[in-house]
Design a protein around this ligand. Structure first.
Ligand SMILES: C[S@@+](CC[C@H](N)C(=O)[O-])C[C@H]1O[C@@H](n2cnc3c(N)ncnc32)[C@H](O)[C@@H]1O
Length: 264
């Protein structure tokens, strides 16, 4: 096995180690279950009752469950079995019979070519060791004329600020791979043969303790992460915008939405 391949396997093993124990926390995570990008992504996907939809890296299924009432059939794929178990339970609790969850790798989607009318992928690409390959897979399984509705956290184009934010994220979650500036994400979709029809950005104010607890960050690392935020300067400081008031600590993350269409 090449170094690159074994590095990718290590990243994916880290994902399962990190996300398995976090599955229940994701079921109730406000950022994931109710974050602004969810409603916006569903709106931009323009799902119709005759559509089949794939949700890549579905985690606790929030995106798949949000589009299920609008679609004919929805499939959620994720690498972490514990997440899929939580997603299936939530589907049962909501009486959503047209959604199913299967284990699979975003870089080798378990689906035939040109199967889905819509492919969605929310806040997950930064985990994939080969994100361009995952985007090519999204394009492959999309029907001609179909649409990808995608969102992930983004970083500033400034390379030093981008490296800082990625280091900060990796310290909290060792399965974090890389966040990109919006324009690099757009380039990935274009290189996969899709036409980018829409982009936008959203800011999300994060509760610092909620963010660390979701990944079971130990107290010493939590302290280190806060020091990192408070000592950031320039573009990085403006981007992450940490605040502390009445014991509540927050900082800001930024999401980039990309809507892309497969030529019909
Ligand atoms: C932040 S969660 C995604 C949130 C979810 N899409 C939502 O809207 O709430 C990240 C998920 O990516 C999954 N993941 C990471 N790498 C993956 C890969 N290579 N293939 C499939 N899923 C992956 C993890 O198991 C985890 O459940």
């Amino acid at each position: 096995m090449s170094d690159g391949a074994s590095q990718a396997d290590t990243t994916k093993a880290r994902v399962q180690a990190q996300y398995g124990p976090a599955a229940e926390a994701y079921a109730v995570s406000q950022v994931h279950a109710r974050g602004a990008s969810l409603a916006r992504l569903v709106e931009l996907a323009e799902v119709s009752p005759d559509h089949t939809v794939l949700d890549v890296a579905t985690a606790a299924g929030h995106t798949a469950l949000a589009v299920a009432p609008l679609a004919r059939r929805v499939v959620g794929v994720d690498l972490t079995p514990a997440m899929l178990a939580v997603a299936s339970r939530l589907a049962r609790e909501r009486n959503l019979a047209n959604v199913g969850f299967i284990e699979g790798d975003a870089e080798r989607l378990p689906a035939d070519d040109e199967t889905f009318d819509r492919v969605m992928c929310r806040i997950a690409l930064h985990h994939f060791p080969d994100p361009a390959q995952a985007v090519r897979e999204m394009a492959r399984v999309l029907k001609p004329g179909g649409r990808v509705a995608f969102v992930d956290n983004i970083v500033p184009p400034d390379p030093a600020a981008a490296a800082f934010v990625n280091r900060f994220e990796t310290l909290r979650d060792p399965s974090h791979h890389w966040l990109f500036p919006l324009m690099e994400l757009v380039a990935m979709f274009r290189e996969a043969g899709l036409g980018v029809t829409h982009t936008e950005t959203l800011d999300k104010v994060m509760d610092f303790y909620d963010w660390t607890e979701r990944m079971s960050v130990p107290p010493s690392l939590e302290a280190e992460l806060w020091v990192m935020l408070m000592t950031a300067t320039g573009v990085t400081r403006d981007f992450l915008a940490p605040t502390e008031q009445d014991g509540r600590r927050t900082f800001t993350l930024h999401e980039g939405i990309v809507v892309a269409a497969k030529p019909g």
